[in-house]
Ligand binder design. Structure first.
Ligand SMILES: NC(=O)c1ccc[n+]([C@@H]2O[C@H](COP(=O)([O-])OP(=O)(O)OC[C@H]3O[C@@H](n4cnc5c(N)ncnc54)[C@H](O)[C@@H]3O)[C@@H](O)[C@H]2O)c1
Length: 252
C-alpha cells in the first residue's frame, strides 16, 4: 500500500478496460487520480467507484486528439493540485483489417488517437513536470509495437511509433528528471478485445489466443501492476525502457 502516495496522476482513457483498472490500482496505492476520457458517464463512474472505495479520484472530460482540451485539463489540475507527477497515456483504439481494406480515414483516426494523443499529452504536461522537478510518463504501446501480426498494420504502425517516441522523449527529458517508459501488453480481456475474444469466429479466437503462451488472456489488472511500478519511485532508474506483459509470447 502507498506506493504512489500523494502523487497526482492523470490517466487517459480511464473510463473502461485497462484505463479503469490503472486508475483503481493507482488510487488504492495512495495516488490522487485524475480519470480522463471522452466517455463522460463511464469516466465519472470510474471516479465515483474509487471515491466510494475510499480512494481519491476525480473525472475530467478529455479527448486526447484535442490539443486545446489537453491544455485546459492540465491547467485546471495544476491550479488545483499544484503539480502533476505522473501521466499515463493509455487511451487507444484498435483496428483489425487487411491493409488493402484500410481507408485513409481509418489510418488517420488510429494515428490521431494512438500517436498524436500521446504527443499532445506529453507536450502539455512537460512544463508542469519540469517545474515540479521531475515526473514519470507511462505510454501504453503493445506487443503489436514490437513484433508483426496479421491484419493489424495501421494499429501496429501506431504502437511502434509510441515505442520509439517513448525512447526519444526519455532521452530528451532525462535532464529534467522526467522518466518516460512504455508498457507492452499482450492479449488482455477488455471491451477493446471483447468482440474478438468472446464473439469472434473460431479462426479469430484461435488467432488472438495464439498471442499468448499461457493459454488465457490477461485480466486488465495484471497490466496495471506494471503501470504502478513505472509510476512509482520503485522504478527510479528505469527510463526509456519497455515493460512487456504478454504471458511470454514475445519471448519465443
Ligand atoms: N486489450 C488489449 O488486448 C490490448 C493489448 C495491447 C495494448 N492495448 C492498449 O491498451 C490501451 C487500453 O486498451 P483497452 O483494451 O483497455 O481499451 P478499451 O477500448 O477497453 O478502452 C479504451 C478507452 O479509451 C477511451 N478513448 C478512446 N478514444 C479516446 C480519445 N480520443 N480520447 C480519450 N479517450 C479515448 C475509450 O473511451 C475507452 O474508455 C490502448 O492504448 C490499447 O491500444 C490493449
Amino acid at each position: 500500500m502507498g506506493r504512489v502516495s500523494g502523487k497526482v496522476i492523470l490517466v487517459t482513457g480511464g473510463a473502461m478496460g485497462m484505463g479503469r483498472t490503472h486508475c483503481e490500482l493507482l488510487a488504492e496505492e495512495g495516488g490522487i487520480v485524475i480519470v480522463t476520457d471522452m466517455n463522460e458517464s463511464e469516466g465519472q463512474a470510474t471516479a465515483d467507484g474509487i471515491n466510494k472505495a475510499g480512494g481519491k479520484a476525480e473525472f475530467m472530460s478529455l479527448n486526447v486528439t484535442n490539443e486545446a482540451n489537453w491544455k485546459s485539463v492540465v491547467d485546471k489540475i495544476v491550479e488545483k493540485h499544484g503539480q502533476i507527477d505522473v501521466l499515463v497515456n493509455n487511451a487507444g483504439i484498435l483496428i483489425i483489417k487487411p491493409l488493402e481494406e484500410t481507408s485513409t480515414e481509418e489510418w488517420d483516426r488510429t494515428f490521431d488517437i494512438n500517436v498524436k494523443g500521446v504527443f499532445f499529452g506529453t507536450k502539455a504536461i512537460l512544463p508542469a513536470m519540469k517545474k515540479a522537478g521531475g515526473g514519470s510518463i507511462v505510454n501504453i504501446s503493445s506487443i503489436y509495437g514490437i513484433v508483426g501480426a496479421p491484419m493489424a498494420a495501421a494499429y501496429q504502425a501506431t504502437k511502434g511509433a509510441v515505442r520509439l517516441f517513448t525512447k526519444a522523449t526519455a532521452v530528451d527529458y532525462a535532464q529534467y528528471n522526467i522518466r518516460v517508459n512504455s508498457v507492452h501488453p499482450g492479449v488482455i480481456d477488455t471491451p477493446m478485445t471483447k468482440d474478438l475474444l468472446h464473439g469472434g469466429d473460431e479462426e479469430t479466437v484461435k488467432a488472438i489466443m495464439g498471442t499468448t503462451i499461457l493459454n488465457r488472456p490477461a485480466q486488465p489488472r495484471e497490466v496495471s501492476y506494471a503501470v504502478l511500478h513505472l509510476a512509482s519511485d520503485d522504478s527510479s532508474f528505469m527510463n526509456g525502457s519497455e515493460m512487456v506483459v504478454d504471458g511470454g509470447y514475445t519471448a519465443q
